[in-house]
Design a binder for this molecule. Structure first.
Ligand code: GDP
Ligand code: MG
Length: 181
């Protein structure tokens, strides 16, 4: 009986986006509770796990922290999307090219998840680097909200280095949901 009670449901979460946007730091922050002092470039895929309790139920998140530019991605990519429960599309809010780069990642997801309706999230990372006195060279939040809506994603900005104490998730149909850390 106790093994039944301790059993947790596992959710596979795929973390993708251009190289350097902070995928490894974000998954490290979630699983280890801190910003890593140094990170190695990811080769292929790294796995990290986070067990959470939601409404009294144990939930295990199995995070697939992938590398963007590796040559062997093509041969691995089908494994990434097999039985996936959620996809996080990460970009760097201070690097517009990483936002434009999302088009290719969304397309990769579309091609590899045919027939599955996977919950998808758009995540603007490095919000700690946002300069409120500057607009160019940063990804506009309205633009990101529009992209998320057009692609049926939930959107939020965050920082692996200095997480906002409270951030706001924008729902698909508009409206805001407070997000508790
Ligand atoms: P990945 O290639 O997407 O896995 O990116 P990494 O997690 O390796 O991070 C790339 C670089 O961005 C590293 O130098 C990190 O220290 C830095 N970085 C990652 N997340 C943040 C963040 O939220 N804020 C700041 N300021 N730097 C970050
Ligand atoms: Mg990495």
């Amino acid at each position: 009986v106790s093994s039944l009670l301790n059993r947790s449901r596992t959710f596979k979460v795929l973390v993708i986006g251009d190289s350097g946007v902070g995928k490894t730091c974000l998954t490290h922050r979630l699983c280890a509770g801190q910003f890593p002092s140094r990170v190695e470039a990811t080769i292929g895929v790294d796995f990290r796990e986070k067990v959470m309790e939601i409404d009294g139920e144990k939930i295990k998140l199995q995070l697939w922290d992938t590398a963007g530019q590796e040559r062997f991605r093509k041969s691995m990519v089908q494994h990434y999307y097999r039985n996936v429960h959620a996809v996080l599309f990460i970009y760097d809010v201070t690097r517009p090219a990483s936002f434009s780069g999302l088009t290719a990642w969304v397309e990769e997801c579309r091609q590899n998840s045919l027939g599955q309706d996977i919950p998808r999230f758009l995540v603007g990372n490095k919000s700690d680097l946002r300069d409120p006195h500057r607009t160019e060279g940063q990804v506009n939040q309205d633009l990101a909200t529009g992209f998320a809506k057009a692609n049926g994603m939930l959107f939020f900005e965050t920082s692996a280095k200095n997480p906002p104490s409270k951030c706001v998730t924008v729902k698909q149909g508009g409206g805001e949901v407070p997000y508790q850390q």
